[in-house]
Design a protein. Structure first.
Length: 377
């Protein structure tokens, strides 16, 4: 019970003291860095210093039990590395940052196609021929490097499930609605805390980030206690085990994982929400599957993963592409697409903007103050 809270507090202290703007996922920082025109402003969000801190403190967070993933950090690290390469060419920096971010997703999950789609849909929000050529080149380089070190693999193993029954297709919109609703609530919580709570409580949280991280760490430790330790870490082992039928988790695992990930994220501990969201979605799928006994369990787990992840990030194409590429199950493409777009519509009713872009807006606002702070120093 002591390791997780103390680890959270130490991580936030080190991040604030030595690696500012490295907290949290890293994807909002990369998005904001693309949108900021000033070189000095960009370097506050993506740099070699931040990349080093991101790697070290993400590992620290995982070791102390934070419910975080590695893909957000790899996005910021990839963006930082290519930003460093392009410092002498400001005109090319936005494209290089996008390319580095795309390569980070591809390398984290061995999903080159998802890396490209993520760059277009989430980082760029458009298709720019020149920029996406850079992204494809970076993804190829990341893929070759990943293959050299880890070989060819499917992140969640291979599944061959499909939907053949009426009940299975009924589960598609239901899972999309539930996943979108829960994902939207998760995002709204993160955006609320990132923007600052109103009143005295908000001021206290802003003035005492280390103590707040300690309290969040205690909450994660409690979630771990009631879930038998299943919510700690990325959730990769639990999600893959559920798909393969080798893992048993509490029936409320998905909700406990959601809460643990939310506490980890609002604390500022370094780490992404990609992997934990997929794991939480798998757990939500397990819960929904109890009401569809005749439908293959792994089919509803896949629907839960895509629906909840889409609800969180509001990037439906990235969601179904990455899950399809992770499992190699192309028979589920159409149901996953349908669930993803239903989840996006429901999530937008709860949270008007995707979490990454909403958080990136905070960094852009802060960037307007950085020159002033420097001049007043």
């Amino acid at each position: 019970m002591a390791v997780t809270p103390m680890g959270f507090a130490a991580s936030i202290y080190l991040a604030i003291r030595y690696f500012p703007n490295s907290q949290g996922s890293g994807i909002p920082q990369a998005i904001a860095a693309r949108q900021i025109r000033d070189l000095a402003g960009r370097s506050q969000l993506v740099s070699i210093r931040i990349a080093v801190g991101k790697v070290l403190l993400t590992v620290m967070g995982l070791l102390c039990g934070a419910s975080v993933g590695r893909e957000g950090p790899t996005v910021q690290v990839g963006a930082s590395l290519l930003f460093a390469v392009g410092r002498m060419s400001p005109r090319r920096q936005p494209g290089l940052i996008l390319a580095g971010a795309s390569a980070g997703v591809a390398a984290a999950f061995n999903t080159p196609l998802a890396g490209i789609v993520f760059g277009i849909e989430e980082m760029g929000r458009s298709f720019e021929t020149r920029t996406n050529g850079l992204a494809i080149a970076a993804v190829i380089a990341a893929g070759v490097t990943s293959l050299a070190f880890l070989g060819d693999y499917l992140y969640f193993g291979t599944t061959t499930v499909s939907l053949h029954s009426f009940a299975g297709w009924v589960a598609v919109p239901i899972t999309g609605i539930i996943g979108g609703l829960l994902g939207g609530l998760f995002s709204r919580c993160l955006i609320l805390f990132a923007g600052g709570l109103p009143g005295r409580l908000g001021r206290w949280l802003k003035e005492h980030p280390v103590i707040f991280a300690l309290l969040c760490g205690f909450g994660v430790a409690l979630c771990g206690l009631v879930s038998g330790g299943s919510v700690f870490g990325t959730g990769y082992a639990q999600a893959r085990g559920l798909l393969e039928g080798t893992q048993h988790v509490p029936i409320l695992f998905g909700l406990w994982k959601l809460v643990a990930t939310a506490l980890s994220a609002i604390s500022g501990v370094l780490g992404g929400i990609f992997s934990p969201s997929l794991a939480a979605g798998a757990g939500i799928g397990v819960g929904i599957a109890q009401f569809f006994p005749g439908v293959p369990l792994d089919a509803i787990i896949l629907l839960g993963m895509v629906s909840y992840f889409t609800g969180v990030v509001q990037a439906p194409i990235t969601a179904f592409v990455i899950v399809t590429e992770m499992t190699g199950d192309h028979a589920m493409v159409v149901p996953l697409m349908a669930a993803a777009f239903i989840a996006q519509a429901v999530s937008r009713m709860v949270c008007k903007e995707g979490v990454y872009h909403a958080l990136a807006a905070n960094y852009r606002r802060d960037a307007e103050q950085w020159p002033r702070r420097t001049s007043n120093a």
